[in-house]
Design a protein around this ligand. Sequence first.
Ligand SMILES: C[S@@+](CC[C@H](N)C(=O)[O-])C[C@H]1O[C@@H](n2cnc3c(N)ncnc32)[C@H](O)[C@@H]1O
Length: 286
Amino acid sequence: MHEVVNTAQLKAWNGYEGTHWVHHQDRWNAINANFDLPLLDAAAIQDGDRVLDVGCGGGATTRLAAATAGRGSALGIDLSAPVLELARARTAGAGITNASFVQGDAQVHALDADTFDVAISRFGIMFFADPVAAFANIARALRPGGRIALLAAAEPAENEWLTALRSLDPLLPTGDFGTPGSPGMFSLADRDTAVSALTSAGFLHVQAECIRAYGIWGRNAAEAAAFLLCSGPGRHLLAGLGPGIQESVREVLTEQLRPYENAGALPLRSTGWLLTGTRGERTPSD
Ligand SMILES: C[S@@+](CC[C@H](N)C(=O)[O-])C[C@H]1O[C@@H](n2cnc3c(N)ncnc32)[C@H](O)[C@@H]1O
């Protein structure tokens, strides 16, 4: 792998987080799939386009982009070796030959310059220590006039899974799940922060559209609660608690989620910023 500056993220996504995303890939896709249509609409991929998928994970959106690009191609970049192994296996299994993957830190990876027509991301852009440098690196890889369609998690309060976790507050302090501006799920949750980072990186006509979409977190409240408590923020909450308290937490969260049960599924609403813009003629610098 080339240079990496986001070493804490490298460790996390090649450790527990990466393994978790591989094991629960279908669940995460069921959670995020309803963002795909708005993302692809905004990307406006044409036959023959070259697409870059940033923080591509298991490659669900890379494969969609490759299919839309027809005679073009899609390249997924991600820090995580285990998710890329899955991405490659699923892509080969689907018989897709115009999607490929590279392991690298999108903030600094030496991507071919002036190459891509469009860069997309489904929640893979919130983990940069220096978002402006990362977006400038992505801008350099786009051809002049190239487009971005990037999804970032929006305000924590607009995400029902987080509201459910916050309901545990009387039982244990849920604290902060990330601060806007520092790397993590909600680093770009503030609209102005996200728009300003992209504009500073050299993108023109930057816009942020609020997208709300429902995802399926399990078949019922108990399954969704167990899943939430083994994913990033939930796992963080349980760390250091004894098994008895962990069980109480699971029971409280299950009851909190019970009203959302609907016909054999547990849908919860998530909210993201769909960030669009174009690369100018000038070569971006960071
Ligand atoms: C929330 S997951 C989203 C994965 C995928 N886009 C999806 O929708 O399933 C975030 C992904 O971003 C990747 N990532 C985090 N920091 C990165 C960086 N600096 N460069 C490239 N990928 C990164 C992680 O390894 C992880 O796969």
